[in-house]
Design a binder for this molecule. Structure first.
Ligand code: ADP
Ligand code: MG
Length: 340
């Protein structure tokens, strides 16, 4: 049963609705669902990939903005002893590129994101932000490095302070880092609202007056207020419904083109990563299983774990879903595992 604005617009068997949607709203919903593209499928190639393919030799080497070298990360247990959850992870993200972090729940994606944000101490290895080792930086230097990094989390309701109007929320990082006059900040807020495609009037509203999608646009605007060279996005669209997610992702891709930040994009959804990422790192239990160019990882995975993750990605077509279920079963059996 498909509902739109309190009304049932269409109902029927799942096959009928998913294979032959009649109502335009149902079609829009299905179109908005991100899908993993198959090998050789041109739609899976981003505009940026196509541009780069058109001029492969002219692209200059870009500066490496975020680099992890044999990183090990740990949480302290209640006796204060470090317990490692990420081990020997290395990666490099050049300016203007997105590294997609994928892996099942608990694989260490958010832990890596937290370390890059400076919220978690590095247990071993190096974490370089534009060539400077973040864990070694102290006080003022650390604050300067921190300015380079914007962040967007999954839950926009929890990360926006309900007591402040949107204009103040967006420019809070400017206040924290003492950037610009009140007039400058106001102008920057207006500029950012336009960048995230929200009406100028939103500036005086409060978070609870906005929808989930609008709130996530505000989180993104705030993350960009200091023009960071790095953006950390941890499941930024996972709490949004598919049609809202599709528009936010589209906007995200445009902003990334415009601002050319290096991005760590964490997602459990491979189709979302397919849409945005340049490189992909696959994590399992805190270790890297496989990493490389998106096309290679998603269209030609080498490792059993990556193959299983890909086989588990849902598709909206129920017949295809049945075929995939059978294929998944075979894959698991071939790897000597029991499918759950
Ligand atoms: P993901 O984001 O991939 O789902 P996380 O990075 O959140 O995974 O978690 C990786 C591992 O670290 C898990 O085993 C999780 O239980 C553990 N972990 C996460 N946060 C904490 C914490 N604050 N204290 C102790 N262990 C944690
Ligand atoms: Mg997480």
């Amino acid at each position: 049963m498909v509902m739109f604005q309190g009304q049932v617009v269409e109902s029927g068997s799942s096959e009928e609705i998913l294979l032959q949607p009649e109502h335009p709203y149902t079609r829009r919903l299905l179109d908005a669902m991100p899908t993993l593209h198959q090998k050789g499928d041109v739609q899976g190639v981003s505009a940026k990939d196509r541009r780069e393919a058109a001029q492969p030799t002219t692209a200059p080497e870009q500066e490496t903005v975020i680099e992890g070298k044999n990183l090990a990360l740990a949480y302290r247990n209640n006796r204060g002893k470090p317990v490692r959850v990420v081990e020997d992870v290395s990666f490099a993200v050049p300016k203007g590129e997105i590294l997609g972090l994928v892996g099942e729940s608990g694989s260490g994606k958010s832990t890596i994101a937290k370390a890059v944000l400076g919220l978690l101490d590095v247990d071993e290895g190096e974490l370089l932000i534009r060539g400077r080792n973040l864990p070694a930086l102290k006080g003022a230097e650390r604050k300067v490095a921190r300015r380079e990094i914007g962040v967007v989390f999954q839950d926009p309701a929890a990360s926006l302070d309900p007591r402040f109007p949107i204009g103040d929320i967006i420019t809070e990082p400017m206040v924290v880092h003492k950037v610009g006059s009140p007039k400058d900040r106001k102008a920057r807020a207006a500029e950012l609202l336009e960048a995230v495609k929200l009406p100028a009037g939103v500036i005086n509203r409060f978070p609870h007056e906005l929808s989930g999608g609008q709130r996530q646009r505000i989180s993104i605007a705030r993350a960009l207020s200091l023009s960071p060279s790095i953006l950390i996005a941890d499941e930024p669209t996972s709490a949004l419904d598919v049609s809202v997610q599709a528009r936010v992702l589209e906007m995200f891709a445009e902003l990334q083109e415009q601002y050319a930040f290096a991005c760590l994009f964490v997602s459990h959804d491979l189709a979302v990563v397919d849409q945005l990422a340049d490189q992909i790192m696959v994590l399992e239990k805190g270790r890297v299983v496989e990493q490389g160019h998106k096309e290679q990882i998603l269209r030609d995975p080498q490792m059993g774990y990556t193959k299983r993750l890909l086989a588990a990605a849902p598709v909206p077509d129920p017949r295809q879903q049945d075929e995939r279920r059978a294929a998944r079963q075979q894959l698991w059996e071939a790897q000597g595992l029991t499918a759950t």
